[in-house]
Ligand binder design. Structure first.
Ligand code: LLP
Length: 385
């Protein structure tokens, strides 16, 4: 039996809960990203934080993308998966010394630096190795991404990056740091952005900021506008391919690059969200006074997005063809936020049925925890026997 894109007979024998990755869909999505980016000669780094599963990383590396990392662990995993170090960018407000040293030892593409003390430490550690660190400044553009406040990052009140008011001071400091080379500027306004207006506003800010650097006599080799392209979690066919075309076009139309300047992106969700589903088994169907609960064996420990951000994931019963009925789909964790969806229309559901939570390829498996001393979810790939 195959329901939608799921090889149900194969999935029935896998221990639940587990992530099912459709590698074909991943490749299709990567191809779309590549075609649209290449149209304008743009460089895309995959934001490893979205999903660092080995096979996913290897597939993305093989497709020719760079990697955007936020920890030493991610830098190591990326290089191991086959991303060339020369295509690795390393961001984050709190890089530890060993992580900076790791980046220096591997001669990564650049560090996205976020504060004056960090620049000073990078300079000191690079000097100790007799190297010159390539650095881009992460600048807070103060652009509202109009997304969930937990995942908006480009406002002055957020902890990320330098504020433009401090930039003259930073630029003066850079002139004194002999082991740091300023190669670019970096921005990121937030995640799950589906309206293109915030990106257009970002372009306007970047153009102004570029003028500042030009006036100060800096020639920047690249501009990195981060990631944030959202996906349609409610897509009718439940296999959304991201709208890379509209996204890159906004930058092409509104960003003024200087001669020979490169434009870089750090996309996470848009590249991997659609290829992953969390597959879970129904443990019990409990009749409440006014509603039915489908109690499943996956919980917020396996997919935290609904509990943490009230995120919507499409839910379907992939083993039933019974008439649709409303269910609250809940997990076994001792927290009332451990609810995947309320009043969701599912085919008539019974103990032992398999439920799929769709578009869980980004910020799903990677955010799993062992709270309640649960096992981490398993993994099953579409090309597996
Ligand atoms: N670059 C930087 C500097 C970032 O902070 C992020 C994500 C990205 C790129 C990739 O953004 P994307 O293209 O995936 O939107 N756990 C949350 C999302 C947190 C995003 C954090 N930063 C969620 O499940 O929605």
């Amino acid at each position: 039996m195959v329901k939608g894109s799921f090889p149900v007979d194969k999935l029935r024998v896998v221990e639940t809960p587990f992530y099912f990755y459709d590698l074909q869909l991943l490749k299709q999505n990567l191809e779309a990203a590549k075609t649209e980016a290449e149209r304008y000669g743009y460089h895309v780094h995959y934001a490893v934080k979205a999903n660092a599963n080995d096979r996913i990383l290897e597939t993305i590396a093989k497709a020719g993308f760079g990697a955007d990392c936020v920890s030493g662990g991610e830098v190591e995993a990326s290089i191991k998966a086959g991303f060339p170090a020369g295509k690795v960018v390393f961001a984050g407000v709190g890089k530890a010394d060993w992580e900076i040293n790791l980046g220096l030892d591997n001669d990564i593409f650049c560090f996205n630096a976020e504060s004056i003390p960090e620049l000073e430490v990078i300079d000191e550690l690079a000097a100790a190795k007799g190297k010159k660190a390539r650095v881009a400044l992460r600048i807070n553009p103060n652009v509202d991404a109009h997304t969930h406040h937990y995942i908006t990052t480009g406002l002055n009140e957020n902890k990320f990056g330098f504020n433009m008011e401090d930039m003259s001071k930073v630029v003066d400091l850079l002139k004194t740091l002999t082991n740091v080379e300023l190669v670019g500027i970096h921005f990121h306004i937030g995640s799950q952005i589906t309206d293109m207006c915030p990106f257009q506003n970002l372009c306007v800010r970047v153009n102004e900021i570029q003028d500042f650097f030009e006036q100060k006599g800096f020639k920047l080799e690249h501009v990195n506008v981060g990631g944030g392209l959202g996906i349609n979690y409610q897509h009718p066919n439940h296999v959304p391919i991201s709208d890379f075309e509209a996204y890159f076009k906004v930058f092409h139309n509104h960003l003024q690059l200087r001669p020979r300047q490169q434009l870089h992106f750090e996309l996470g969700r848009a590249m991997v969200a659609s290829c992953g589903s969390l597959i879970t088994k129904v443990l019990y169907v409990k009749e409440g006074t006014t509603k039915k609960f489908a109690i499943v064996d996956a919980g917020m420990t396996d997919l935290i997005r609904p509990a943490l951000y009230q995120a919507y994931h499409h839910i379907e019963n992939i083993t039933s063809d019974e008439p649709f009925e409303p269910y609250d789909v809940v997990g076994p964790i001792c927290e009332s936020s451990d609810t995947f969806g309320t009043a969701r229309m599912l085919n008539g559901t019974k103990r032992g049925d398999l439920i799929a939570l769709r578009s869980a390829g980004a910020y799903g498996e990677i955010m799993a925890s062992r709270y309640n001393l649960r096992k981490l979810p398993g993994v099953y790939y579409s090309d597996q026997d």
